[in-house]
Write a protein that binds this ligand. Structure first.
Ligand code: GLN
Length: 449
């Protein structure tokens, strides 16, 4: 814990990965644990971790990167946070994020942007950019992120760490502030595949407090690691992921990782996800619709920011929400309300729900022909801070390789596969799997690592 705090002191002024630091609390917890001695029943005993600020932490501010929750202190821990604590992990801070997890660069935080530890003029990706940067800068050994459309896998890729978005329902969303409830999942971001598997082992499992959380038993993820051959493993290559639009250096790094997989004995299989060109349009309709409904609860009445000048109820709503939410969040609330409104519901929302089903069927078909799918995590390496902030549409297009997986509810991991030969920045490969088959993803990723 003290070595991580020293790293934070050395790196945080430039990177700004954190929204709050639990220095005294973490040291006190670590001291008490030290005095009591190691506990073999606690698989993460003494491991310093950070947690994205969208997850409730008891008595510690949980802002979601938003002014509207700037002073919000929950009175309970999110399920995943509680599990980490019970396993002996020490939470040393909460990480920066795009406001309400809406973004791909962590520049939409109401507080400050986070910088990429590999090059401070570049973004760390997002929305879990603070978590990725904190792991990449060795401020912590692992971090919890959330992924609605790529927010774990894309920043992991841009910062050179390992990020897993588990199957929808694998990890309880209890205590995670909702963005798109049918898409959101919590998952680990770490330096290695093994660390990642250890963390997922702790946070996965049934929780009656989340009705979408699966009752399936959690397999032993560590048992899946350590294969020295991938003989018999079929790796599906979706044609739509390896075609145009891909930056040459990303393609080169992913192709060389693929060759490594072949050298290990894996067999490539060509597959297709024909509806993937619609994924971005479908995602941004579904996610905004769900967000507009989820964010209705922030009304300045029960908790969070209330504008001091407001004098009657409607005025409280309007002023608190206008001043409390940032531009991107307001844009999404308006677009989400629009696609759900009568007259437009059928044209947009219902249509999107139908195409979403097709996208899921594409994945089912492709995954019936192989064990995992493989492709890039992001079409480009980390871009410059400010480069895309004036062009939200371009920013949305950055999610092209991550978003369809959330629509299908399936698990996916991003793994570093080297540095770009032009940019010198980290690049990630994605491995996507069948529902609740995180173990196969881990075993392939570990062999490749
Ligand atoms: N970039 C996507 C969005 O802005 C995904 C974000 C996420 O996964 N939370 O919606």
């Amino acid at each position: 814990v003290s070595s991580c705090l020293a790293r934070i002191d050395a790196t945080e002024p430039k990177i700004q990965a954190l929204l709050n630091l639990q220095r005294e609390e973490a040291l006190a917890t670590a001291k008490a644990m030290d005095a009591a001695g190691p506990d073999a029943d606690k698989p993460l005993w003494g491991v310093p971790v950070t947690v994205k600020d969208v997850l409730c932490t008891k008595d510690v501010t949980t802002t979601c990167g938003s002014k509207i929750l700037g002073n919000f202190k929950p009175f309970y821990d999110a399920y995943a946070v509680r599990k980490l604590k019970e396993a002996g992990a020490v939470i040393i801070g909460k990480t920066n994020m795009d406001e309400f997890a809406m973004g791909s660069s962590t520049e939409n935080s109401a507080f400050h942007p986070t910088r990429n530890p590999w090059d401070l003029s570049r973004v760390p990706g997002g929305s879990s950019g603070g978590s990725a940067a904190s792991v990449a800068a060795s401020q912590a050994f692992g971090s919890l992120g959330t992924d609605t459309g790529g927010s774990i896998r894309q920043p992991a890729s841009l910062c050179g760490c390992v990020g897993m978005k588990p199957t929808y329902g694998r990890v309880s969303r209890y205590g995670m502030v909702a963005y798109g409830s049918s898409l959101d999942q919590i998952g680990p971001m770490t330096r290695t595949v093994e660390d990642n598997a250890r963390m997922l082992q702790v946070i996965a499992g049934h929780d009656p407090k989340d009705s979408t959380c699966s009752e399936r038993a959690v397999p032993d993820y560590l048992a899946a690691l350590g294969r020295d051959s991938l003989k018999g493993v079929r790796i599906g290559l979706p044609a739509e992921f390896w075609g145009k639009g891909l930056d040459p250096e990303v393609e080169a790094a992913c192709a060389s990782a693929l060759n490594q997989l072949k050298d290990l004995g894996a067999e490539p299989v060509e597959v297709s996800l024909p509806h993937s060109p619609y994924a971005i349009a479908v995602y941004y309709i579904v996610a905004m619709a769900e967000a507009s409904s989820n964010l209705a609860r922030f009304d300045g009445v029960r908790y969070g920011y209330r504008d001091a000048d407001a004098d009657e109820l409607l005025d409280i709503y309007v002023k608190s929400r206008s001043k409390g939410f940032g531009d991107e969040v307001q844009r999404r609330i308006m677009l989400g309300t629009y696609v759900l409104s009568s007259g437009y519901y059928d044209a947009y929302y219902r249509k999107a729900a139908q195409v979403r089903r097709r996208i899921r069927e594409d994945y089912e078909k492709a995954l019936s022909q192989c064990d995992v799918l493989c492709g890039p995590a992001s079409p480009v390496s980390a871009w410059k801070v400010g480069e895309l902030t004036d062009d939200p549409l371009k920013m949305y297009l950055m999610d092209i390789y991550t978003i369809s997986l959330n629509l299908a509810g399936l698990p996916g991991l991003s793994l570093p596969v080297g540095l770009g030969k032009d940019s010198g920045m980290p690049l990630g490969l994605q491995l996507l799997g069948k529902a609740f088959d995180e173990a196969t993803i881990y075993s392939v990723a570990h062999a490749l690592e």
